[in-house]
Design a protein around this ligand. Structure first.
Ligand code: GAL
Length: 810
């Protein structure tokens, strides 16, 4: 009997769990990954919009796709080095597909995450529309134009990125974000049809204010039950609202429900706790739509004196600006590439991202929600007044309203998004037109989301001359650079909330060092000879910046002590393609990153880590391969310790501690080969030890995958770091061997890089030279049920290495 009872309670527990987690519910709304089996061809391709057009000789590929990144670098490309020195032009995509007869009564639409740029779309030869903005997400209703059953359908997309230059950075070209096909019943939750707010949050309860728009695409009047349930992360129902509704044909209806949740678990940076809100529509008790919105419950505040707080906790915004490219993958918005990037930044202590200077991919925002990052979501780099010849200014009049509205509608449910930025260094701030446009844009934003502050990244610090500021419309004033005058802001901008929307613009090449390290250089003022940088490198001692910017230390020292500054966004977290200030071609990617384009941290990474995290840090640099007798500056970034002692070949060079507002230590050392050792101590106890050895000839290759296994889903990526080592296993800091890659089994090579800003080897090659001892190969799942084997060898075949990576079921 006891046994029976036990079994019964186990079964009922499982039953309850199944009910609670809704395992029994099938998806009514069908969301198909529409990235596979497209055809692609560059050029005008007359007639390619037509259903009957012959595309069998076109290239077969899967999206997301960026054709620019596949091209060869050249000074001649009209994108110029600022645009990455890669080709642009016109390209066409076509996809042939069939639709099941079962869908005949459904509403079917296609959703594009982003197409750069000027996309035009046809279904079966019918024109659906054009969208100039290359960063906005868009959708078209296909329902009235589809063939069902065996008869084929063709979607054709023309992408026109031929007018150049149209950007100050690399854009990529093509359908570079994900595409989905969505089929729902005629009565359904509209596209981006939900909006969640949490206007009242306390420890014991939260008010979830939820708006849902339902669309009736049928010809009949619909009567239905609209049910919304909120589930916690374990799938337990925590709140509910139900109403009975009636909706006329071809109409929409928006319903607001206030749902109270007891003991809410708040979304925070340390624990980004997410809830799911599911709206179900029932017609005569039949479920006809189920639509999920994920969200987090949190509150935040910008204070004029105390800066930013999240859930009542004072929190300095420690952010970085990011452009949208993913290095060797180009603009391709692969969520695993973005996840790796965010993981590297999280380790450094970053807690916020500014999506410079355009709407980001949804994948980035989803990851920020899940990983606990704050986001400044930015709409524009230009308004009506241009910065380069063919930029968005030419589309401003016709499109800015729709583009801004769509951005807000798409992104307003993300807990990570804490403010909207209506622009970056907008020209209109200098004249009266800025006031009117600011008012218009802020009205658009507030009309759709009055819940988040609106900011703009400004440069004009004279309050009388800044017309965007003078509009009085901004909730938070963003200032780019100018750290020298931050203390004056409370006086000059009385009663305003302030954030350093863009800072630093320090420059560095990983692994390259120029002595003496304590001289500060403001490119491009400093002359090349002083640096000896004929090889297009910039010193990675934190000593070089643009004249409008600062070194990393200069601005951080200022911002860390000013409580009224809500935080900062460093320009930039990662190097990005294009804008290779201070050089021209062959430099073709930026020097601004704290991390290089390949994902390898530059030294400044550890300065931030020592300041922005609590984990013990001791980072000593540069490498230890110099000329005998040469004077070398040795720097250490550290925290959680009272002092650091440096030893050369066992002999102490003295213990030092940071004084006043120092952020690093420095010893001048006369080079002798051997071992440099640093020891950090707290209260006399060793906290960390670090050794750097003089390396001999390269004789080994070390392969380090950034994860142990990847999914067999055609998307997952493993980045394998290639380190050049000597016979003793010491890192060889100047190694530049040409490395060949070969992959067998369940993966394919999708990119190679070494982080060198003037490297002209294609990112799509199967070989690359190590740069300052390192390179990376990116391998992607090819969907096969097979493990991956990577074989690596130097050009002469003398040094070889291999690595196996597991693939796991999706
Ligand atoms: C800023 C601009 C950024 C980038 C940066 C380089 O003025 O907002 O987009 O160009 O300069 O230092």
């Amino acid at each position: 009997m006891k046994e029976l009872l036990k079994r019964f309670s186990l079964l009922s527990a499982i039953f309850c769990l199944l009910v609670a987690c809704n395992f029994e519910e099938k998806d009514i709304r069908i969301v198909e990954d529409f990235n596979f089996d497209w055809r692609f061809k560059l050029g005008e391709n007359p007639g390619a919009s037509k259903l009957a057009f012959q595309d069998s000789d076109w290239q077969k590929l899967n999206l997301p796709h960026d054709w620019s990144i596949e091209g060869a670098f050249s000074e001649e490309h009209p994108t110029r080095p600022e645009g990455g020195a890669l080709p642009a032009g016109i390209g066409w995509y076509r996809k042939t597909f069939t639709i099941s007869e079962d869908w005949v009564d459904k509403s079917v639409s296609i959703e594009f995450g982003g197409v750069y740029r000027n996309s035009e779309v046809w279904i079966n030869g019918r024109y659906l529309g054009k969208r100039p903005n290359g960063y906005i997400s868009l959708a078209y209703d296909l329902t009235d134009h589809l063939n069902y059953g065996e008869q084929e359908n063709v979607i054709a997309v023309k992408v026109n990125n031929s007018e150049q230059p149209n950007s100050r950075w690399y854009t990529g070209s093509g359908i570079y974000r994900n595409v989905r096909l969505v089929a729902s019943e005629k009565l359904h939750v509209a596209h981006w049809g939900t909006y969640v707010k949490t206007p009242k949050v306390s420890e014991d309860k939260a008010l979830v204010s939820y708006e849902v728009t339902v669309q009736n695409n049928s010809r009949l009047i619909k009567k239905f039950k609209l049910e919304t349930k909120i589930y916690d992360a374990k799938g337990r129902e925590v709140g509910k609202a139900t109403t009975l509704e009636k909706l006329y044909p071809k109409k929409t209806l928006t319903k607001l429900s206030d749902i109270e949740i007891s003991n809410p678990k708040l979304w925070s940076l340390e624990d980004p706790y997410m809830y799911r809100i599911v709206t179900r529509i029932y017609e005569d008790s039949e479920l006809v739509d189920n639509y999920t919105t994920t969200t987090g419950i949190r509150y935040f505040n910008f204070d004029v004196e105390k800066g930013f707080s999240l859930n009542g906790k004072p929190t300095k915004i420690l952010g970085v600006c990011l452009h949208h490219d993913n290095g060797a993958l180009g603009a391709v918005a692969n969520k695993y590439a973005i996840e790796r990037k965010l993981n590297i930044l999280k380790e450094m202590g970053v807690n916020a991202i500014r999506t410079a200077h355009n709407p980001p991919s949804t994948e980035l925002l989803e990851l920020c929600d899940q990983m606990g990052f704050l986001v400044q979501d930015e709409a524009f780099d230009v308004w009506k007044k241009k910065k380069v010849a063919y930029d968005y200014s030419q589309d401003w009049d016709k499109w800015h309203k729709k583009d801004l509205e769509d951005l807000i509608k798409r992104d307003r449910n993300h807990p990570s998004v804490i403010m909207w930025s209506i622009g970056n260094e907008i020209r209109e701030q200098y004249d009266k037109s800025g006031t009117a446009i600011t008012k218009e844009l802020v009205d658009i934003v507030k009309g759709l989301d009055a819940n988040r502050p609106v900011t703009c990244a400004l440069n004009e610090i004279d309050p009388d001359k800044n017309f965007i500021y003078k509009s009085g419309q901004l909730d938070v004033l963003g200032f780019n650079y100018k750290h020298q005058v931050y203390q004056d802001f409370p006086e000059n901008f009385k009663g305003e909330k302030i954030i350093a929307s863009e800072s630093m613009s320090a420059l560095a090449t990983r692994g390259h060092y120029t002595m003496p390290s304590d001289s500060i250089h403001r490119w491009p003022e400093a002359n090349k000879e002083a640096f000896g940088n004929e090889d297009f490198t910039v010193s990675a001692f934190d000593q070089v910046s643009t004249p409008w910017g600062s070194t990393h230390e200069e601005t951080w020292k200022m911002i860390k002590k000013l409580d009224f500054v809500a935080g900062l966004f460093v320009w930039t977290g990662f190097d990005y393609l294009g804008e290779p200030t201070p050089y021209g071609y062959p430099a073709r990617s930026s020097y601004f990153g704290i991390v290089d384009l390949a994902g390898f941290p530059k030294d400044a990474y550890y300065m931030y880590q020592s300041e922005w995290t609590n984990k013990p840090v001791l980072h000593v640099f540069p490498h230890w391969n110099w000329e005998e007798g040469q004077e070398v500056d040795v720097w250490a970034y550290y925290n959680n310790a009272d002092e650091v002692e440096l030893f050369l070949n066992g002999e102490s060079l003295g213990a030092k501690s940071k004084q006043d507002d120092d952020l690093h230590l420095c010893w001048q050392v006369t080079f002798q080969p051997g071992t440099l050792k640093a020891v950090s101590r707290k209260n006399g106890k060793v906290v960390l030890e670090k050794e750097i050895h003089t390396a001999g000839e390269t004789s080994k290759i070390e392969l380090i995958p950034h994860k142990e296994s990847i999914k067999r889903d055609h998307y997952d990526l493993v980045y394998v770091t290639v380190n050049m080592l000597d016979a003793e296993g010491n890192f060889v800091p100047k190694a530049d061997n040409l490395i060949h890659f070969e992959v067998e089994g369940g993966g394919k090579i999708v990119g190679v890089d070494n982080g060198y800003q003037a490297n002209l080897t294609s990112f799509k090659a199967k070989e690359i030279k190590a740069f300052n001892g390192k390179c990376v190969v990116i391998i992607q799942s090819n969907g096969k049920d097979d493990d991956i084997k990577l074989n690596v060898s130097t050009d002469d075949g003398a040094i070889k290495a291999s690595l196996e990576i597991d693939t796991v079921k999706d």
